[in-house]
Write a protein that binds this ligand. Sequence first.
Ligand SMILES: [Fe+2]
Length: 430
Amino acid sequence: MKVEELLKPFPIKEFHPFPRAMMGPGAHELIGPEALKLGFTKTLVMTSGLRGTDIVDKIAGSMRYHGLEVVVYDKVESNPKDYNVMDAVAMYQENACDSFVSIGGGSSHDACKGARISVAHDGRSVNEFEGFNQSENPKNPPHIAVSTTAGTGSETSWAYVITDTTTDPGNPHKYVAFDDNCLATLAIDDPVLYFDCPVDYTAQCGFDVLAHASEPYVSRLDFPPSLGNALYAVKMTNDHLRQAVWNGQDLAGREGMMYAQYIAAQAFNSGGLGIIHSISHAVSAFYDTHHGLNNAIALPRVWAFNMPTQYHRFADLARAMGVDTHGMTDVQAADAALAAAIRLLRDVGIPERFVDVKQDTYSKNRLGQGPTTFYENAGVITGDDKDVDRITHHVLGDACTPGNAKECTFETVRPVVEHCMTGDLDDLLG
Ligand SMILES: [Fe+2]
């Protein structure tokens, strides 16, 4: 049965649990004792390297101080590729490790979750586990996920996202796997580790949070236990993102975003996502651009697309974003929510269309730099008709699409994608 057939009617809701977490300034210093408690002896650390910071050295050093052996795989790419996962699996097996630590944002955590699933299945390709609960063996190596960005939520979610590079180069495939067996054993969220996160990257990750929070609030799953977290995460993002972006050393801003990202992920974990994420995955698949950046560009367009399905929910989002809706109809308040989202996007300095994203636009840029044939000629986002068509097709096959509030067909989604590419955000404002 296909994903959409399974999910579209949503007759039965399913709650997916979260791992234990240690949270707050200084939490990362607990990693040694916590790893010992979990029975770690020899650990593979998976990370992008976090070059320019001493975070990996500090955490590995702290683990070694507590008597643990540590091996480091530091080549996880943004939008982690299947070969990143399988290289780490080989390193884990060659070194006879018994545990994992991931240090970074979603890419490191996701690659690590995929590696654990592969290890538990005799090193089978991670791509075999795309979809919903495709793994058979729940006995994965233990995993501590240490976050250095406020965006992903992967340290607490049952999702991981991988780019499959074995497909037709003309048709790259970035997929989400949802698997109850991939949960980290322990999450560590420490806002002090976010202090080195660059301005633009902080902003983009913040819009991943706003997407994680707002999509389950209006999704077809309509899962009541998610709604409180979703709404409060929107409020926290609106309250703290500007602070975190424009003063990276502001602990209140960083800690506010840490909790926003944590509860936003817990909202979507069982409440579902929508086509902000589907568009984001598709653009990453073709261009290797950053997930949060893609979400930020897609979010206003997708809010406008979904708004007619439930103005009252968008009116709630307006209030969560600090709009005084007294005297407004739900339609007016929903429009105000969209205006507030566009204001936030502009306040934190995010490019407004995909065609505005250039190779030197932002610090974590991989546009046109990917190592596979998917990306060799992808240094410029064209946004032409062919581009819009192929991205729309990718969106329709994404596991997040069935949860979207409004019915998604090629005809309904294509104009949304086209607007993301070349449209003017002011067109969305009444
Ligand atoms: Fe996301």
